[in-house]
Ligand binder design. Structure first.
Ligand SMILES: NC(=O)c1ccc[n+]([C@@H]2O[C@H](COP(=O)([O-])OP(=O)(O)OC[C@H]3O[C@@H](n4cnc5c(N)ncnc54)[C@H](O)[C@@H]3O)[C@@H](O)[C@H]2O)c1
Ligand SMILES: Cc1ncc(C=O)c(C(=O)O)c1O
Length: 309
């Protein structure tokens, strides 16, 4: 039974995750190596709570469902039933965290990684009880998106997968168990296939970035929230898919490196919202307004998709 959860790493993903787990009645202890990240996470927590209210996710009974921040790793993991590792997407950084907590946790404490796509089997090499390690891949923003992928590595115990799947279900979220530990799992394999083609089309001057977003959001995105890809094949007709894919697949981007446009921008520290410029530019005021507007729209869409409006 999972009651106490330690979250390690409070960047983009950690604060929303902490808020959602606490709303599910769990006791969360949140830790980051950077004091500034802890301070930022405190303020993000209240923003996430407002969004959870708007989603009408009922608060837990008084006394349960808390978030406590700490700057001490030992304090964070002590007595935890589950640890969610949420540090940068780098095997060596993640491995250092697993080695640091190895001697501080009980042998049956579950260690979950929110990795976007590093195979869990590779992460298991850095922990002494690999049967208790599992992938728990949330989607951004984690307090709003209900689907979470659950991934077993080669040596993950089936019971570990079942415990995480049941935990996700028990707080009203949607677990999807991925059957093979492939890089990127399922969500990011599909997303990165789309992003590779989108970046390629903009890079080749086929379309402007703003128009690419209009085309995908109002063409594919809006539809796919209601009709998933497998159902869409049936709606379009497999005969149509066969004809189009027979000439189009060969023309789609198959580049296996990072696109020059992305390298150019990242080399100039243009990372997107977090640095004020990426594909588009953002002032701090625009960022705040955009985040509020996106949260409002995602809440409204989710309420409709769930049949609550
Ligand atoms: N950003 C996304 O959209 C997204 C979505 C799903 C999953 N993920 C995955 O989640 C993980 C975290 O991503 P993020 O976007 O939140 O990263 P981030 O860079 O925004 O935050 C990482 C945090 O980890 C902290 N950190 C670094 N080393 C640490 C250590 N040794 N101990 C404790 N804290 C440490 C940093 O100070 C930082 O606050 C990555 O594996 C990422 O691939 C990201
Ligand atoms: C670009 C990108 N990469 C990874 C992830 C998740 O792992 C996301 C997301 O959750 O939105 C993403 O947008």
């Amino acid at each position: 039974m999972i009651r106490r959860i330690a979250i390690i790493g409070l960047g983009t993903m950690g604060p929303g995750m902490a808020a959602r787990l606490a709303r599910g009645g769990l006791q969360v202890v949140a830790y980051d190596v950077a004091p500034a990240a802890i301070e930022r996470a405190r303020s993000m927590l209240s923003v996430a709570e407002t969004v959870l209210d708007a989603l009408a996710i009922a608060p837990p009974p008084a006394g349960v469902g808390t978030v406590r921040f700490t700057d001490d790793l030992g304090d964070a993991v002590s007595g935890a039933d589950l640890i969610i590792e949420n540090v940068p997407e780098n095997i060596s950084v993640k491995g250092d965290v697993y080695r640091a907590i190895d001697g501080l946790i009980a042998s049956d404490t579950i260690v979950a990684s929110d990795t976007s796509g590093i195979p869990i089997t590779k992460l298991q090499e850095h922990i002494s009880h690999p049967e208790r390690m599992v992938g728990m891949h949330w989607s951004n923003p984690p307090h709003i998106i209900p689907m979470i992928e659950v991934i077993a590595g080669e040596t993950t115990a089936p019971q570990t997968v079942a415990t995480i799947r049941d935990l996700i279900r028990s707080i009203g979220l949607l677990p999807v168990v991925v059957k093979k530990d492939v890089p990127g799992f399922v969500e990011n394999r599909v997303l990165y296939a789309l992003l590779r083609e989108a970046v390629d089309l903009v890079e080749r001057g086929v379309i402007d970035p703003e128009d690419l977003d209009t085309c995908v959001s109002w063409g594919i995105g809006y539809k796919i929230a209601v009709i998933g890809p497998m159902a869409l094949l049936d709606m379009a007709g497999l005969d149509i898919y066969k004809s189009v894919s027979s000439f189009l697949n060969a023309d789609l981007s198959n580049r296996d490196d990072v696109a020059p446009m992305v390298l150019e921008k990242t080399n100039a520290s243009k990372f997107g919202i977090k640095s004020g410029e990426g594909m588009f530019s953002y002032t701090p005021e625009q960022t705040k307004a955009l985040q509020g507007e996106r949260a409002r729209k995602l809440v409204a869409v989710r309420r409709i998709l769930e049949g609550r409006e």
